[in-house]
Design a protein around this ligand. Structure first.
Ligand code: HEC
Length: 254
């Protein structure tokens, strides 16, 4: 006889209603996770000029880049599909030459009007307004990455949101039969430690770009934990045969 904790119940011992609730939550969270990955990729990939998402991309996103302004970084990264290379070259050249106002009126404004104004005309308060010399110059200053107030806003959203997600998945996963038990506990606690490491590293990346590696690893740990909890739970909810008669429930058990 193997000991299990007196409070432990496997999915197969739970009512169908709870198993369907767990399944529904896992399905929607799984799809949500995919969208989150796409969002991370879209907003950070290619900032360093290379395709794909790299540690350098994250370092640039959080700490800025010593050699690219926000405008350039956007045109190389998320906005790269919005204009052809020769026009990008013209805008970059203008930024590097020092944001001359006459050159802006003659050759840069027409490009931005044509390629960017549909979205950046100031009607959306969440994205930079690119309508006018003063507005464009603001995003053409040296890129110092995300500012602290943005980081603070994203930090609290992230910490609350991720806690909700992993509390739900962890609660569901706690009914899975997994041995050794320390491994099960580790899979449950990891994402909480990772989100702290992740969020603190955003700020530390401002001091030293090397912390982008921690952001990267923490993201990987969260993804891994999510994948394990999701597949093991889903599999055991519907396909795994657990035989309670081979277990005794003990207050001191696992
Ligand atoms: C189809 C709509 C659309 C067009 C066209 C567009 N953008 Fe954007 N832009 C966005 C959105 C949405 C964001 C905010 C989300 C993001 O950062 O990906 C954004 C963000 C930005 C940012 C801020 C990036 C940051 O790090 O905060 C800059 C700079 C920018 N765009 C420049 C441009 C330039 C230059 C063009 C034209 C060559 C352009 N955009 C065309 C939608 C657009």
């Amino acid at each position: 006889m193997v000991q299990v904790h007196r409070m432990y119940f496997h999915y197969s011992e739970l009512p169908l209603s709870m198993r369907t609730l767990f399944t529904g939550a896992l399905l929607v969270l799984g799809v949500g996770y995919l969208f989150a990955m796409i969002h991370v990729y879209n907003s950070h990939a290619g900032r360093d000029g290379q395709p794909g998402l790299s540690i350098t991309d994250l370092a640039i996103a959080y700490s800025g880049s010593k050699d690219a302004t926000k405008l350039e970084a956007a045109m190389l990264g998320p906005m790269s599909g919005m204009l052809p290379n020769d026009e990008r070259g013209a805008v970059v050249g203008w930024v590097r030459r020092g944001l001359d106002e006459k050159e802006y009126e003659d050759s840069i404004k027409p490009i931005l009007d044509r390629r960017c104004q549909t979205c950046h005309n100031g009607s959306n308060p969440h994205i930079p307004n690119l309508d006018g010399y003063k507005e464009v110059s603001e995003v053409a200053q040296l890129d110092t990455g995300m500012n602290i107030s943005t980081l603070v806003r994203v930090s609290h959203i992230h910490m609350f949101g991720i806690t909700f997600i992993f509390f739900i998945t962890g609660m569901i996963f706690s009914h899975a039969y997994v041995r050794p038990v320390w491994f099960k506990a580790a899979v449950i606690i990891m994402p909480f430690l990772a989100v702290c490491a992740d969020v603190f590293s955003w700020y530390l990346t401002k001091l030293h770009p090397g912390f982008a590696l921690v952001v990267f690893v923490a993201g990987g740990v969260m993804g891994m934990s999510f994948a394990i909890q999701w597949t093991v739970s889903m599999y055991q909810i519907w396909f795994f045969k657990y035989s309670p008669e081979t277990h005794t429930r003990e207050p001191s058990g696992f």
